[in-house]
Design a protein around this ligand. Structure first.
Ligand code: V47
Ligand code: SF4
Length: 375
């Protein structure tokens, strides 16, 4: 963006100074928390998009990534009762589900011969399961689909079962790693600020426990993702505090591959009265994520949560990943009111979406290595 264009936007002096630092310094400028807050409060959305895409291009050029994946959600029975969750049920409730180990193995075996590269396993925190059960589940999925990467269990599930086993985080994670777990998804982070966390998910592991679980994984060489749940009762300051803690951990470990801003969806949960934030607010959050998290390479626009139109738009606000084909295997967002009630996209549709936003689609594996196919 030229100085003339910047000038035409009629920016406040504070925003102009930050934009100038982001665009014009030789050494990449690291946003302070105060600058991030100023951008969120005062910057026009078009400026945020321009700055975020400029930053994205430095990291991943024209590429936008997608993968071929399925989810397995073994159960929605959960010991916790997060107030924003539309998905959890108590045992015996009418739409509670539970797939035992044989059923999970069958779900994986049904995919034999398909070109998927990743199975993402996440579910409720079932009261009766232990670490051996979680390990056996991974072994069964790998037995059915030896070539896939198993990305499994949120830090919330992991913390619960590892503590229950009386092991250190590192000991527990090593057992799961030996069973075949190669990556950990980013769920369960929600919002780290203790006062907000206490109001929306009081029973869950706290920020320190979530971060310690990921740090232990990084020490073992397990790559992980991270998330934020935004757009409910938190303020911009809480979002920035959350990003601050992630950036600080990443400075020490470099173990996060991707950050996923998750928009609170409000259907059928006990915070429904709050409503949902607007599309421009989602795009501001995407841009802030890209600009603030200067040490996390990939920012994911998760299409089953955002919807397809908003996902395409997010590519003009710094996202460089749209997640995967999914094939109607996750219910977390459809039960919370997302547009996609049966989330499923072909690779052709994903590539078309990326191209129409002006980028180059690249199929990746879990670790962001391009997948080369001979067909
Ligand atoms: O931790 C639950 C969120 C997360 C709602 O790592 C809700 O690649 C919005 O983390 N509105 C689980 N969000 C999903 C998740 C995830 C998804 C896709 C990819 C990856 C990855 C990770 O879903 C939970 C919670 O933050 N969630 N209910 C809701 N009503
Ligand atoms: Fe359980 Fe996860 Fe729902 Fe919380 S968000 S109630 S931990 S399934």
């Amino acid at each position: 963006m030229t100085d003339q264009l910047l000038h035409q936007l009629n920016l406040s002096p504070a925003v102009e100074q930050i934009a100038d630092a982001l665009l014009h310094t030789d050494i990449p400028h690291r946003l302070t928390d105060a600058e991030a807050l100023t951008l969120m409060r005062e910057a026009p959305i078009s400026l945020l998009g321009t700055l975020a895409v400029a930053r994205k291009r430095q990291v991943s050029g024209d590429n936008v990534y997608y993968n071929r994946n399925i989810h397995i959600e073994p159960t929605n029975i959960c010991v916790f009762k997060c107030r924003f969750c539309s998905y959890r049920r108590g045992a015996g409730e009418p739409d509670a589900w539970y797939h035992d180990l044989d059923a999970v193995e069958r779900l994986a075996a049904e995919r034999q011969g398909e070109p998927i590269t990743e199975v993402h396993i996440v579910g409720g925190v079932h009261p009766n399961h232990d670490l051996d059960y979680y390990c056996e589940m991974i072994r069964r999925v790998k037995r059915a689909l030896p070539h896939v990467v198993v990305k499994a269990y949120t830090a919330v599930e992991l913390h619960y079962i590892i503590r229950k086993a009386g092991l250190s985080l590192e000991e527990g994670l090593r057992k799961l790693q030996e069973a075949g777990m190669e990556a950990i998804p980013g769920g369960g982070a929600e919002i780290f600020d203790p006062t907000i966390r206490q109001q929306i998910c009081p029973e869950k592991p706290n920020a320190e426990e979530w971060l310690a679980t990921h740090e232990a994984a990084h020490r073992l060489g397990i790559s992980t993702n991270c998330t934020i749940l935004y757009g409910h009762i938190e303020q911009y300051e809480h979002r920035i505090d959350h990003l601050h803690r992630l950036r600080e951990l990443q400075d020490r470990t470099h173990g996060f591959d991707a950050f996923i801003p998750l928009k609170y969806r409000n259907l059928h949960n006990s915070m429904s009265a709050i409503g949902e934030v607007s599309l421009p607010e989602d795009m501001k959050m995407m841009a802030l994520s890209r600009l603030y998290l200067d040490n996390i390479p990939h920012i994911k626009a998760y299409w089953p949560m955002l919807g397809i139109g908003a996902t395409e738009l997010a590519l003009s606000f710094g996202a460089d990943d749209i997640d995967g084909t999914i094939d109607d295997t996750t219910k977390i967002y459809s039960m919370a009111g997302a547009e996609e009630q049966r989330p499923r996209l072909t690779t052709e549709r994903m590539e078309q979406l990326v191209r129409s936003a002006g980028f180059v689609p690249v199929e990746r594996d879990t670790f962001y290595r391009p997948v080369v196919r001979n067909n």
